[in-house]
Design a protein around this ligand. Structure first.
Ligand code: ADP
Ligand code: ASP
Ligand code: MG
Length: 461
């Protein structure tokens, strides 16, 4: 056993750590995370366990992180809503964390069937310590000493994803898709050689392959681009997991548990040899738009408007202000759709102070983003986006940009049309790329996606 094994104990998650060393041709410690579709039933859990066994037989130690069975978390969330619309977030966490408890136990049993003395670990047992923001907690530290010893002794441990323990020792959850973050955090704490994220597609694509049939699998993507893709709506990895992977230099890989196709590696910029301006497109249906009509155009208005929203922890994303007419203007901005009712209620309480004439709400919108590190050095990406949408007769409602992305807000009914048109316009279509493997990949993916759709598998865990 390598000496560095004994060196870890408590790993704090907030700060950047030193890069994890990667060893070739030697026993490795790895993390394998299985998403909802990969553990959707007993047969699939058996299949996932065989993948773990392959690694163990190759001489590796595997920390397995599991999501809930596909559809389970949605069901649990729905039950809490039915019981109480404005539910107590602490009890919400108790309910929604339960899905991962089931799969952790079943996975441990599946591994025991192979003769491995695997044990399951819930968040509080590791412990995975988080802050106290129930429903969207952040991992603060992982005490990895004990689980590390068990891993070394039994070659496999199974950790329930998505959950941790808060400062008051209550169960917390990490936000939807949070098992990805559990896996990366554990990989950092255990100093794993790599972290494999098994999902229902075989990698990160230029855009959601369930929407754009010509989407192309990327062999590699930079941490930064992946971070932007995730935060702009590509749910293949939770945003926080990419942040953690980037800070701790965890070698992250997205792949499918149903095939042996090579996945996508999330890497440093200097590992990308392909020269591309745009790497991918993302979309988010989680936005809603509010327009504050006829508000006085004077200093302090934006502060007076957005201050109370910030006080209620409502995040503003995009903002646009119309030209002023007679000293009045309209202000349009976007917020998470789930906060729409609350935001309107907050603004109504400020109506007298702010003196606006009306409030308009619109949840029928989608945010489409074009992402690529090449944008730093290439102009014209935004122009091409606007022109492509104009050619399709799609009206742009709000625009925002950052160093490596351009986002527009459009009517939700144009989601597919816009994504497909942009995908072609930026030369991302699978058949437009000179890549020996592209055709084979596409063929496989099309079949796989068809199969998954036929069996209703596009439902997240
Ligand atoms: P899991 O349950 O395994 O965590 P998720 O549903 O959370 O799976 O994430 C996988 C899904 O992410 C895919 O089925 C796909 O529809 C979606 N997705 C969105 N954008 C992308 C992209 N750029 N590449 C791959 N998948 C994407
Ligand atoms: N089961 C949780 C969810 O559906 C966590 C995860 O799958 O990553 O959000
Ligand atoms: Mg997920």
């Amino acid at each position: 056993m390598r000496r560095r094994r004994a060196a870890y104990n408590r790993v704090a998650m907030g700060v950047a750590a030193r890069p994890i060393a990667h060893y070739e041709n030697e026993m490795a410690r790895i993390v394998q995370k299985f998403g909802g579709t990969s553990v959707a039933n007993i047969e699939r859990i058996r299949n996932a366990a065989s993948r773990v066994m392959r690694e163990i037989e190759a001489g590796n130690e595997v920390a397995v992180v599991v999501s809930a069975m596909a559809g389970t978390t949605n069901q649990l969330v729905e039950w809490t809503r039915q019981m109480s619309r404005l539910h107590d977030a602490r009890e919400y966490d108790v309910v929604v964390a339960s899905g991962e408890q089931v799969t952790a136990g079943l996975m441990a049993l599946a591994l025991q069937n192979h003769g491995i003395k695997a044990r399951s670990w819930l968040g509080w047992q590791v412990p995975i310590q988080t802050d106290g923001v129930h429903g969207y907690a952040r991992i603060q530290a992982i005490e990895a000493a004990e689980i590390g010893r068990c891993l070394a002794a039994s070659k496999a441990v199974v950790v329930a994803g998505f959950q941790g323990v808060g400062p008051d020792r209550r169960i917390t959850t990490l936000g939807r898709g949070g098992s990805d973050t559990s896996a990366v955090a554990l990989a950092a704490a255990l100093k794993a050689e790599r972290c494999d994220i098994f999902t229902d597609v075989d990698g990160v694509y230029t855009t959601d392959p369930h929407i754009v049939a010509k989407a192309r699998k990327l062999n590699k993507i930079t941490y930064e681009e992946m971070l932007e893709m995730a935060s702009q709506g590509a749910r293949v990895l939770q945003t926080r997991s990419v942040e953690l992977a980037m800070n701790h230099r965890v070698r992250l890989q997205v792949l499918s548990s149903f095939t042996d196709a090579a996945g996508t590696l999330v890497v440093d910029e200097d590992e990308i040899v392909e020269n591309r301006v745009v790497s991918g497109l993302a979309y988010s249906r989680d936005e809603a738009k509010i327009t504050v009509q006829k508000i006085a155009d004077r200093p302090g208005v934006a502060a007076a408007l957005f201050g109370p929203l910030a006080d209620h922890a409502i995040n503003i994303d995009m903002i646009v202000q119309n030209a002023s007419e007679d000293g009045f203007t309209d202000l349009t901005f976007t917020i998470p759709r789930s906060d729409l009712d609350r935001a309107i209620a907050v603004l109504e309480t400020q109506r007298d102070v702010l003196g606006f004439q009306g409030l308009k709400r619109d949840a029928n919108v989608v945010k489409i983003s074009v992402i690529g590190i090449g944008m730093r050095s290439h102009a014209g990406v935004a122009k091409q986006m606007f022109q492509t949408l104009a050619d399709k007769g799609i009206n742009i409602q709000v625009i925002s940009t950052s160093e490596i992305k351009v986002s527009v807000l459009i009517g939700a009914e144009y989601t597919e049309l816009a994504l497909r048109a942009l995908h072609t316009a930026y030369g991302l279509d699978a058949d437009a790329v000179i890549d020996e493997n592209a055709d084979a990949d596409t063929e496989w993916r099309t079949k796989a996606v068809k199969r998954q759709l036929a069996s209703g598998l596009d439902d997240p865990g």
